[in-house]
Design a protein around this ligand. Structure first.
Ligand SMILES: [Zn+2]
Length: 294
């Protein structure tokens, strides 16, 4: 199977062409032809983020994962605005990620609010239909954050997503609310983020898949993989490589079928997500004792 030599997409996901002896996908060719203007993105973000002098300037969606925690630090220390950090508790956030939210808001002196709303219907449906839960989940989180902003008369929501919306870090939502992907202009590599996180006292949860907060995504990837033969995160991971945010070698590992342990399945069941129907398929991917080296 042909695979792009720049990102990790193979011919199932993109047209792969041979150019000067290298296989390159369509997405990477477009990216090379029309590269993002990171300085322009930064100017746009600077324009939107300003200290108004009243209570809060914006809402920051804090998931406890690495990106939103780095985003909070940049927001406070680089842009010097006053956010309210809001964590939408889906019922399936790792406890370590919750501790990270507490620790980091505390260290940065940021007010923190938790909005509890159980997302089990989205996750259950994803398992039943062998789909990715990510789009529906993030859409619901955004709508909760937007309502929180509107309720407080705020019109900016900041998220820790690192990929821009096409060529901009900002998207306009319903009701004139602006969604700012604050990390997009910074083009920050994993190692830089890790350094910032270490200084913040952030602890990495042990979770399968490319996540540092969500309990569902690893088993959901395995379930999807068993049916479709690939990882539903491949396009996002390929984009991270294309943008120079993730090493290709690491990405090739991340698009493999993750390994999950019995403990995680038990934890999901404890939280109400019964996986008996899928358990044998999922169990194929359980870690063996001699395989727990990472
Ligand atoms: Zn590519």
């Amino acid at each position: 199977m042909l695979r792009c030599s720049i990102c990790v997409l193979d011919e199932r996901f993109s047209k792969i062409e041979l150019i000067d002896g290298r296989y390159i996908c369509r997405e990477c060719l477009i990216f090379i032809k029309y590269p993002p203007d990171y300085d322009k993105m930064l100017r746009e973000v600077e324009e939107v983020l300003s200290r108004e002098g009243n209570n809060y300037d914006c809402i920051l969606g804090l998931s406890g994962g690495k990106d939103s925690c780095v985003a909070l630090k940049i927001l406070v220390e680089r842009f010097r605005v006053k956010p309210l950090a809001v964590t939408v508790d889906t019922g399936f956030i790792d406890e370590v990620a919750m501790d990270n939210c507490r620790e980091i808001t505390d260290r940065l002196g940021v007010d923190w609010k938790i909005v509890k709303e159980n997302f089990i219907d989205i996750y259950r449906e994803a398992f039943e239909r062998f789909k990715s839960p990510c789009r529906k989940c993030s859409r619901r989180i955004l709508s909760i954050l937007r309502l929180e902003a509107v309720k407080r008369g705020l019109n900016v929501i900041v998220s820790g997503h690192e990929l821009p919306f096409g060529h901009s870090a900002i998207r306009l939502m319903k009701g004139n609310v602006k969604l700012v992907r604050i990390l997009a202009p910074f083009k920050m590599r994993e190692s830089e983020k890790e350094k910032i996180l270490r200084e913040l006292g952030w602890i990495k949860p042990e979770l399968p898949g490319y996540t540092t907060n969500c309990l569902v995504i690893g088993p959901a990837i395995v379930n999807f993989y068993n049916m479709h033969g690939y990882n539903f995160e491949i396009e996002r991971i390929a984009a991270l490589v294309r943008h120079g945010l993730l090493e290709r070698k690491k990405a090739l590992k991340l698009i493999e079928k993750p390994k999950i342990d019995e403990k995680l399945i038990k934890e999901l069941e404890k939280r109400g997500l019964k996986l008996e129907k899928f358990i044998n398929d999922l169990r194929d991917s359980l870690l063996c004792d001699d395989d727990q080296d990472n």
